[in-house]
Design a protein around this ligand. Structure first.
Ligand SMILES: *Cc1c(COP(=O)(O)O)cnc(C)c1O
Length: 489
């Protein structure tokens, strides 16, 4: 029987085609190394021209385009108009800078195209290695389970779902969460990230069941107020079940008193979850780790490798102290107990038993490369270094008469503003102008009703010179705006 010609593979067809793609690939790799090596010479961010935006509004391509042409379009239309979080002048929100090593590992992972939902494969051992490392880092027992997820938003959701199943019983997965769920109440700080409330929403418990506990003057959860809120809910016939502490709030970088929260949770028999999205990796820095005391008593911890850990996006992680609880929340009908002990179906439980994802990428590889290639001592020094830079920036602000600090600097986040009449409007304008200048990209937040310029020093590339440039540009833009407004009025 005559076979049809084999022409449907997407691989290069001939050795010569492979050779051409290989040469193209080496050029692409070199271009990204050039980008990273010379990133300081570029603006942090620039607005996207309308024509560039329009270039990505074309019909679905029916015909092939050369990879060379696509790469040219990527360099021309995409690279210059990214957010700029790899740039040392990027200080907006809390975003990691990535590393060249992480980039290479991501390429290797894509080449292998591993699916880490399950089965007996070495990529899963890489993920399990990281689970063991993180257990040790946070002081959790050997029975703790861990899982890579997209980010802490999903890590926090998993924490809430495991806590919910622990409170209602695993049967609630079959019966639905029912009336008992309507009485469950959870507690977090008023400074907590919005994804805690979102987790309450997605879990069906509702955001009304989340109590936002006021903060003390240093932006930590008021533990006395927490105890009172729990007692008040019990008196009202509610069932408190979860406290979510924060290690590094997004606004100011405050770390809740985790030991005190752990004590309250033990006394009150509540699930203790820690949102350590960016702050938990302060455990790698010997000078900062003591401030996280108590984190090892958490029932679950969510954090990101893609923030302070500098692993390329995305690389979130969640740990659950009692791994059985995580299995009880997600494993399908004890399928993991029926898997084989030999062949590809061995090695149970699998990651798909620990979370909602079946197909999963190899996030563990870029994380393993990052931890091994730099070592935790160097990563810890980098993390400490960003805090030292933040303290230096705070001193510089206090020494600059035009500027004032709006919050104490606890970790690596500095909130300040330009002093003037109508400071909220002027400082909002300053931040937009700073971003458009390409010199620095801070963001804003609102503290005690005042708009603050917020510089989060997360990027390992940021230096004191970048922060001096921020201060100088802030003062210059502030002068220009207030002068222009005075003239206009
Ligand atoms: C960034 C952050 C989150 C959300 O994490 P993602 O990785 O963006 O999903 C949650 N909590 C805190 C404190 C954060 O800083």
């Amino acid at each position: 029987m005559k076979q049809p010609p084999f022409d449907h593979s997407l691989d290069p067809a001939t050795p010569g085609d492979w050779q051409a793609l290989r040469a193209q690939g080496h050029r692409m790799l070199d271009d990204m190394f050039d980008y990273l090596e010379h990133i300081r010479e570029r603006p942090v961010w620039q607005p996207i021209p309308r024509a560039v935006r329009r270039a990505f509004d074309e019909p679905l391509p029916r015909q092939a385009t050369s990879v060379e042409a696509l790469h040219t379009a990527f360099l021309r239309d995409v690279v210059p108009f990214a957010v700029g979080n790899a740039h040392p002048g990027f200080m907006g929100w809390v975003q990691g800078g990535g590393t060249p090593v992480g980039m290479l590992a991501e390429m290797l992972a894509a080449g292998l195209n591993a699916n880490l939902g399950g089965r007996d494969q070495m990529p899963l051992e890489v993920e399990r290695q990281i689970v063991r490392w993180m257990r040790d880092l946070f002081g959790l027992p050997d029975t703790a389970s861990g899982l890579f997820v997209t980010g802490t938003s999903v890590g926090n959701l998993i924490g809430v779902l495991v806590a919910r199943a622990a409170a209602l019983g695993a049967d609630s997965r079959r019966t639905g969460i029912g009336d008992a769920a309507a009485r469950l109440t959870a507690y977090t700080s008023a400074g907590a990230h919005g994804c805690i409330a979102q987790a309450m929403d997605l879990s069906g418990l509702g955001t009304d069941a989340l109590r936002l506990i006021p903060m003390t003057a240093d932006y930590r959860m008021d533990v006395g107020a927490l105890v009172e809120a729990v007692a008040a809910d019990r008196r009202a016939g509610r069932t408190p079940f979860l406290v979510a502490g924060t290690a590094g709030t997004v606004d100011v970088g405050a770390i809740d008193d985790l030991q005190a929260l752990a004590d309250v949770c033990r006394r009150e028999q509540l699930w203790f979850h820690v949102d350590g999205a960016y702050g938990a990796l302060a455990m790698l820095a010997p000078d900062l780790a003591p401030r996280l005391d108590g984190i090892g008593q958490a029932d679950s911890i969510a954090f990101d490798f893609h923030k302070w850990g500098q692993v390329p996006y995305d690389a979130g992680f969640v740990l659950v102290r009692d791994g059985r609880r995580q299995l009880e929340t997600f494993a399908a009908d004890a399928a993991y107990l029926r898997r084989d002990t030999r062949g590809l179906s061995a090695g149970s439980p699998w990651p798909c038993d620990l979370g909602p994802d079946l197909s999963r990428g190899f996030r563990a590889l870029k994380t393993w490369f990052t931890l091994k290639a730099y070592g935790t001592e160097r990563l810890g020094r980098m993390i400490s270094g960003t805090c030292a830079l933040a303290r230096g920036l705070a001193q510089r602000i206090e020494a600059t008469p035009e500027l004032e600090l709006l919050a104490p600097v606890s970790l690596n986040i500095v909130c300040f503003r330009y002093r003037c009449a109508s400071p909220d409007a002027v400082n909002a304008e300053i931040v937009t102008a700073l971003q458009e200048s390409g010199v620095a990209a801070p963001s804003t937040t609102v503290l005690n009703g005042h708009l603050a310029i917020r510089a989060a020093i997360v990027n390992h590339r940021t230096t004191a010179a970048d922060l001096n440039a921020l201060v100088e540009a802030t003062v210059a833009i502030g002068h220009a705006i207030t002068a222009a407004w005075r003239k206009a009025s």
